[in-house]
Design a protein around this ligand. Structure first.
Ligand code: GTP
Ligand code: MG
Length: 205
């Protein structure tokens, strides 16, 4: 699938103010600074669609981007950023939780993890929470341009075996990406395309 148009629609902190329609959507979540906003820009071939920063804590709201007039990409604030105040963390946590629990248009969450790091307990806990709440998700490894092929392979295998140890019978779909050299973008877009087809078939029946 090609992204022919990508438009910013709305930013907010309340799910009641998110676009009201049955258009399918895909949310990007993960630790602050993992590269959520950058990957959205890379998928859309637009450098400044979602705001990015080398400093963690840039995205602070739920941001909807309409793609090909047909589906949404959703950029969310990151979790696990130590320098955000406790009150701010609580606010993020509340609206992110509400977003995932009540946003029925959400087809799949893409959970981003930095390919250079070992599995972090905050990510594993979040995956568990998604699983408990029956929210489909995929794992997206980011910043693959920073490692060679051998290390990429090793880190992914380590990640998968840690996940299997921590209660997962099956590993969700995995993508290896770089917002810098755009690797993995095609695979994510064709996965979304397939999910869109299934979604539209389901609602038309
Ligand atoms: P928050 O909004 O703060 O939660 O962060 P985020 O997850 O949206 O991260 P963002 O896209 O703002 O990127 C954080 C930093 O990582 C920026 O300096 C990006 O340029 C850099 N970055 C993101 N993706 C990649 C990548 O694939 N490769 C490299 N080398 N750097 C990346
Ligand atoms: Mg961001």
């Amino acid at each position: 699938m090609r992204v022919k148009s990508a438009k910013f629609v709305i930013s907010n902190s309340e799910i009641s103010k998110c676009p009201q329609s049955s258009i399918p959507e895909y949310a990007f979540i993960g630790r602050s600074n993992v590269g959520k906003s950058s990957l959205i820009n890379s998928l859309c071939n637009k450098k400044k669609l979602a705001k990015t920063s080398s400093r963690p804590g840039k995205t602070q709201l739920i941001n909807h981007f309409l793609i090909n007039e047909n589906w949404y990409l959703v950029d969310l604030p990151g979790y696990g950023y130590a320098r955000v105040s406790k009150t701010q963390k609580k606010i993020f946590q509340t609206f992110i939780t509400k977003y995932f629990k009540y946003r029925t248009q959400l087809v799949n969450a893409f959970l981003l993890v930095d390919i250079r790091h070992e599995p972090q307990s905050i990510d594993l806990k979040f995956m568990e929470w998604l699983g408990e709440n029956l929210i489909p998700f995929s794992i997206v490894f980011t910043k693959a341009d920073k490692l060679n092929t051998k290390s990429i392979e090793k880190n992914i295998n380590d990640y998968k075996s840690k996940m299997l140890i921590s209660n997962w019978e099956e590993i969700p779909p995995v993508f290896i990406t770089s917002a810098q050299n755009k690797s993995g973008s095609k695979e994510i877009l064709s996965y979304i395309n397939q999910l869109n087809i299934d979604y539209f078939n389901k609602i038309s029946n």
